[in-house]
Design a protein around this ligand. Structure first.
Ligand code: NAP
Length: 248
């Protein structure tokens, strides 16, 4: 028996990077996958095909996670098409890095909306079907930067720290309904989001990582699978760092 057999997972921002790896990992374990993207139409269609080739139902939706009304419409459509939502992965995110002296109000708002408001938007919608089913797992993508801060990333760090407070609060609100809410705090994972950092000299970064390598999207997807599956039925309100020891 696969770990997520008969489960439906909604994953935001799965056209690329960590979200895509989570979608594929969950599908390998039998989950039906509804996923979102913002602009990568072609990649989304390709992912749909890869997921269906794994033998599961899959559909990609173009939906801005930062838009409350769009999240409401998305969850209604997903609930209709897939009948239930058992797992929600709030993965969609952006970074717009700048020193505070130069950080514009627009940049601040963009990052907080895409990274933090999105988590509120989707979680508020998915808890209805989950409460009805008296079961659910919500997984939020925070970051090691939300725990430690990082110069030049104040908006990103604030959004990711906000996710941790939100996660712990929802875990307390909904634990008695058997709805779990946890966060993953990745370190430096090789994706489009971090690609530009590598140009600055990988060795400098390796020095900060006890395991001596960048993380892979699969490293994060494996942790998401644990949190989505029955292997973690008594785990809620936790932040699991996937950072090669970088947070010590
Ligand atoms: P990525 O490669 O840049 O991919 C981001 C994904 O989010 C894309 O699928 C993108 O869709 C989607 N997206 C962005 N804004 C969206 C919105 N408003 N509505 C819906 N979808 C949206 O990023 P990643 O590196 O995989 O990161 C995934 C998550 O992990 C993010 O929350 C990030 O902050 C977090 N994280 C990443 C790292 C890392 O080192 N990579 C470390 C810590 C935390 P399109 O393709 O359509 O643009």
């Amino acid at each position: 028996m696969k770990l997520l057999e008969n489960k439906v997972a909604l994953i935001t921002g799965a056209s690329r990077g960590i979200g895509e790896a989570i979608a594929l990992k969950f599908a390998e374990q039998g989950a039906q996958i509804a996923f979102t993207y913002l602009s990568s139409e072609e990649k989304a269609r390709m992912l749909e095909e890869k997921l269906m080739a794994l033998g599961v139902k899959a559909k990609g939706y173009r939906s801005d996670a930062g838009d409350f009304k769009a999240a409401e419409q998305l969850c209604n459509e997903v609930a209709k098409e897939f009948t239930n939502i058992d797992i929600c992965v709030n993965n969609a995110g952006i970074s717009k890095d700048n020193l505070l002296l130069r950080l514009t109000p627009e940049q601040w708002d963009d990052v907080i909306t895409a990274n933090l408001k999105s988590v509120y938007n989707l979680t508020k919608q998915v808890i209805r079907p989950m409460m009805k089913a008296r079961s659910g797992s919500i997984i939020n993508l925070s970051s090691i930067v939300g725990m430690k801060g990082n110069g030049g990333q104040s908006a990103y760090a604030a959004s990711k720290a906000g996710i941790i407070g939100f996660t712990k609060s929802i875990a307390q609100e909904l634990g008695s309904r058997n709805i779990r809410c946890n966060a993953i705090a990745p370190g430096f994972i090789e994706t489009d989001m971090t690609h530009f950092l590598k140009d600055g000299g990988a060795e400098k970064w390796f020095e900060k990582i006890p395991m001596g390598r960048f993380g892979t999207t699969e490293d994060v997807a494996n942790t998401a699978l644990y949190l989505a599956s029955p292997l973690s039925t008594y785990v809620t309100g936790q932040v699991i760092s996937v950072c090669g020891g970088m947070n010590m």
